[in-house]
Design a binder for this molecule. Structure first.
Ligand SMILES: *Cc1c(COP(=O)(O)O)cnc(C)c1O
Length: 461
């Protein structure tokens, strides 16, 4: 072991080898030194651990080539595109909604240039960033007013801070959700400076439970969309109309945290559980909060829509500044919202909606196309599978889909999945019954060559 440690060359000596000198000239001394340090540390570690280590020829071309590859890799951005072949359309770990080309163009234009972000072009006076998309949101939801913040979590916090600080919020026990990332509604209510008054039981809450809990301190009745789980069986919750009437009679604000927030009816595609924002407002809910990057199909954003007097109060809240949306997201959001309007068909132009509404036969055709391209490279078959909307929406509702099931000789499914994840453009699939499944509902035609490449790379390793 000592022997091998002694055979590890000094960095200075390595830099003098002609092959490594050439790498320094092609890249830079700093990068070469950094990667050589890493390589030596790895070898030293392995030797010290007692592994059998085959030392490379440090002066040879193969070692220099490997050094080039590691510098190339170190130069790449950490945050980069992957192929989502999980079948989960809105996958939070994979960046949620993919944006429409129009939204990307808008981000590009506003990012590369100065913009009228806070300038009113008509009056020449200071304008508000919140004005650019407000009318569109009102038009699409029937709301009197709207406000856009950083994300839906921020929308919930701001809405509660602005209306219920120092007062009481009444919410049903069955709706006190945790969204993930330790965002728990009961904690958020408390952090907003309000007191939570839980009513009802986990599975059942009656209108009278709400009514009995109301007192002089009550400011808000809060509903939340239990988006990431479902209680089935012996359940009930009061109708929104009845809750709205109760809130109105007692001079309270009825709020609803929708999470996903759907702007158009998805029931033609079999999705009946996700309420449309406009219908909820019509039922009498005063204010709703929803995400920009879930079923809406846009960038990260939190939208608060509803009664003008409540929105006006939130708009003047001192902490709005800390939660405000940035100009790139705002540009993408406005562009995405416009795709819900003529002359566009949102089911064709917004990727999230296109994926969930794509005819099964088209998904199957994509799977067959990939299978043909992989013929002779790996063992493949086209199999029916279940895709999901994801993003905490419709947890129970699976979408019929097709996947390509892949196996390679001498590779376990885990090894293959690891190799695909480490490919130049990573491919993220899932493992089912010891096979790697690539679901074609979340993959675009243009991504098929990336998958073929990645499998080629995986096999040649
Ligand atoms: C996802 C979700 C949120 C949080 O939305 P973000 O935009 O991720 O902050 C809040 N409430 C519900 C019900 C959700 O599903």
């Amino acid at each position: 072991m000592k022997d091998q440690l002694r055979q590890l060359p000094q960095i200075e000596a390595m830099l003098a080898y002609p092959a490594i000198q050439a790498v320094v000239e092609a890249y830079s001394r700093d990068e070469a030194v950094a990667e050589l340090r890493l390589a030596l540390a790895g070898l030293r570690n392995a030797i010290t651990k007692g592994d059998t280590v085959q030392l490379p020829d440090f002066a040879g071309d193969a070692f220099a080539d490997a050094l080039r590859v590691s510098i190339d890799q170190a130069r790449r951005l950490n945050l980069r595109p992957v192929v989502n072949a999980t079948g989960i359309i809105i996958h939070t770990n994979l960046g949620r909604a993919r944006l429409a080309p129009q939204a990307i163009q808008a981000m590009h234009d506003v990012g590369a240039n100065a913009s009228n972000l806070e300038l009113n072009l008509i009056t020449g006076k200071r304008g508000s960033r919140y004005d650019h998309a407000e009318a569109l949101i009102c038009d699409l939801t029937g709301a009197e007013a709207a406000l856009i913040v950083n994300n839906c979590a921020a929308a919930v916090v701001l809405s509660l801070m602005g209306t219920a600080m120092g007062r009481t919020v009444v919410a049903s026990r069955g709706e006190l959700i945790e969204i993930g990332g330790s965002f728990r509604l009961p904690d958020v209510i408390v952090q907003s400076g309000a007191t939570l008054r839980e009513v009802g039981a986990t599975n059942k809450t009656r209108l009278s439970d709400y009514a009995d809990a109301i007192d002089d301190d009550t400011a808000v009745l809060l509903k939340s969309h239990t988006s990431n789980f479902k209680i089935i069986g012996f359940t009930s919750a009061p109708d929104r109309h009845d809750l709205a009437k109760l809130a109105k009679d007692r001079n309270l604000i009825l709020m609803e945290d929708l999470g996903s927030g759907v702007l158009i009816d998805l029931s033609p595609y079999g999705m009946t559980d996700e309420p449309v924002v406009g219908d909820i407002l019509k039922a009498g809910v005063d204010v709703v909060m929803f995400s920009g990057d879930k079923l809406l199909g846009g960038p990260q954003a939190g939208i608060i829509a509803g009664k003008a007097d409540v929105i006006a109060k939130l708009r003047s809240h001192p902490l709005l500044r800390a939660l405000r949306i940035d100009k790139l997201s705002l540009a993408a959001l406005e562009a995405t919202l416009r795709l819900y309007r003529a002359p566009h068909d949102p089911f064709k132009t917004i990727p999230v909606l296109r994926m969930l509404s794509e005819p099964l036969a088209d998904v199957q055709a994509r799977a067959s196309l990939l299978a043909v391209q992989l013929d002779g490279v790996a063992t493949v078959s086209v199999v029916p599978s279940a895709a999901y909307v994801g993003g905490g929406s419709l947890p129970q509702q699976d979408l019929q889909s097709y996947s390509v099931s892949i196996s390679c000789p001498d590779m376990t499914a885990d090894t293959l999945a690891d190799a695909l994840r480490r490919a130049h453009v990573p491919i993220i699939g899932r493992i089912h019954q010891a096979q790697v499944l690539l679901d074609m509902r979340t993959v675009a035609d243009a991504e098929l060559p990336l998958i073929v490449d990645a499998i080629g790379q995986a096999i040649s390793q």
